[in-house]
Design a protein around this ligand. Structure first.
Ligand SMILES: C[S@@+](CC[C@H](N)C(=O)[O-])C[C@H]1O[C@@H](n2cnc3c(N)ncnc32)[C@H](O)[C@@H]1O
Length: 278
């Protein structure tokens, strides 16, 4: 299973290792990903959110798989396509939807969420230093301007930008993107389905790009739950955790990879294995 087909780079590498009888199920919620599908009858493409993994696998009469890969976040294609609204480099509408069938856009978030909710999103998902101030500013300016475009939005909040503007806007955009696509909610739902989908001895590999995602993956692989141990010292998940951690520390890109692919800079790969039944 490749949960995040995107440009198909990982899927093509997996296909190169599969036998003639093997099957690869590739999910991507973005219809644009379909353009990258190889002409190979071993691949089954599902244009759905990976939060519905189990449901759509069942539709294809698949109840268990040997391996699951997810390479989270936005693809280079989505990021570099101005009209998708993911990048601070271009001026287009405040969209940021990975799945263009969904109704919630960044424009909706900016123009309809309460100040409190915006504050939380910028604080938690973007670690924006002045999250309260930016939320207040958005609510103040949106009554007179609709914050429809990226340039319009950036100009409207310019006077409250703190520190390096590129870094600041990157954090603000990250927060909006996580909210629009419910990225953490989808990741949690997907992780919870993994133990029952993997065959014993099967492996799950997840690549994350920021600490919020990485923490969820790390805790789930270690304990079968999302709780931080210090938050709930009474949980005893040893008995219920069906996964065994393979990578005690995450695997990081080396210098050569970072040079070749600067977007790999913040990537962390973690791997776990479904334990064998005794
Ligand atoms: C980083 S890219 C993957 C790139 C891919 N590994 C490759 O080799 O080209 C992430 C892809 O996952 C998709 N994606 C992200 N979250 C998703 C979700 N919850 N459900 C389905 N697809 C998702 C995005 O649309 C995007 O195309």
């Amino acid at each position: 299973m490749d949960c995040t087909f995107g440009g198909g780079g990982h899927s093509k590498a997996i296909l190169g290792l599969l036998s003639a009888k093997g099957k690869l199920v590739a999910f991507d919620q973005d219809d644009d990903a379909r353009k990258n599908l190889p002409d190979d009858e071993r691949i089954i493409f599902v244009q759905q959110n990976f939060r519905h993994l189990q449901r759509f696998l069942r539709l294809h009469n698949i109840t268990a798989v040997d391996g699951i890969l997810a390479d989270l976040g936005v693809s280079s294609h989505q990021f570099d396509e101005a009209a998708r609204g993911f990048s601070t480099r271009y001026n287009s509408e405040m969209d940021m939807r990975m799945d263009q069938r969904q109704t919630l856009t960044a424009f909706e978030v900016l123009n309809s969420y309460t100040e409190q909710r915006l504050h939380k999103i910028f604080e938690q998902y973007g670690e924006v230093t002045n999250a309260k101030t930016i939320a207040k500013k958005i609510v103040e300016v949106r009554s007179s301007s609709s914050l429809k475009t990226i340039d319009g939005f950036k100009n409207a909040i310019r006077e409250i930008v703190k520190g390096n503007p590129n870094k600041y806007f990157a954090q603000v955009f990250q927060a909006l993107r996580i909210e629009v696509n419910d990225e953490l909610g989808a990741l949690k739902e997907m992780l919870q389905q993994i133990p029952s989908l993997l065959k014993p001895g099967g492996r799950v590999a997840i690549i994350t790009f920021h600490s919020l995602e990485d923490r969820l993956v790390k805790n789930f692989f270690r304990r079968g739950s999302f709780d931080e141990p210090e938050e709930n010292p009474f949980i005893n998940t040893e008995a219920v955790n069906e996964l065994k951690v393979i990578t005690k520390k995450p695997i990081l890109p080396n210098d050569e990879e970072m040079k070749r692919n600067p977007r790999s800079r913040s990537a962390k790969l973690r791997v776990a294995e479904k334990v064998m039944m005794s």
